[in-house]
Write a protein that binds this ligand. Sequence first.
Ligand code: 9MR
Length: 338
Amino acid sequence: MSGRIPKKRVLATVAAVMGIAAWQAPAASASVPLQYTTNRYVGSAVAAAYLASETDYRAVLTREFDNVTPENEMKWGTIEAVRGQYDWSGADAIVRYAQTHHKTVRGHTLVWHSQLPDWVGALPADELRRVLRDHVTTEVKRYKGKIRAWDVVNEIFNEDGTWRDTVFHQKLGEGFVADVFRWAHAADPHAKLYINDYNIEGINPKSDAVYNLVKTLRRQGVPISGVGIQGHLSIQYGFPGQYRENLARFAKIGVETAVTEADVRIPTPPDAAKLATQASYFGQLWDGCHAVRKCVEFTTWGFTDRHSWVPDVFPGEGAACLFDENLRPKPAYFALNP
Ligand code: 9MR
């Protein structure tokens, strides 16, 4: 993340030059928004609907973060649910918001087995390949110059490191990955291009598979710039082992890393002890990213417990975000911004 000066340091320097006493955070209330405390991009997933309808949601997002990731608006199932009928409205609204507020955008996601329209899955191999090339090219070109980084392929491996059985893998073979990176690069040569997955925070068979694939693709000259580590954690399962070592090994082979979807779910109801454990997990994710060269971004999967995918998918768990339902910062927030 060369070239970016920590904004907190800039503020301190300005204060020093002006003869103002060094800035001090009041106890338990950080008055410097998170985005100004770090030289990493700090982002959140965002939903266009809430951005339009909830003033307080929009205000906290604008204040705290300098990157946004559309939570669902750029997925194939959203933009082309019916073949040939495009709906860019949500994606356009988020990109417009980002441009107006000088925030970067992480595009999410071009190729994913989930939220994939049925018509795509039904195509024969040769047509699927053509349609996939069109899809990647059309979407990347539409936002050319406006997306800092794309999650090009999402969740292509199983937990044991074998390839996930998707229509793309079944019909096109492993080569579809190199193809989509090349098409995306041709459509926007300046965008960073990532592979993204969950349960690859630590060193394990799945992160080994990502590591080996990235090494191979780099050797073949495929334009892949980074690895997105989603960071969906639960306080029930312990913090992933060898997280920093994992980030470091990717840096060593020349690719960026980003924490792309961090949240830490807890069995509900939350209490002080659970929130403290959650804060420690968030802190470890954040600190590890800051400790490793080339970990350039820390993005959370939503910022408020008011809107989170967790309770829908994990009944009995929730409260996974940095801010509570009323947009009050939780202990986890103060672990990142003391
Ligand atoms: O948060 C997203 C939720 O609103 C959608 O219903 C869901 C669809 O599968 O996708 C969620 O986001 C996922 C992301 O796109 C990829 N990594 C896992 C995220 C949580 O499921």
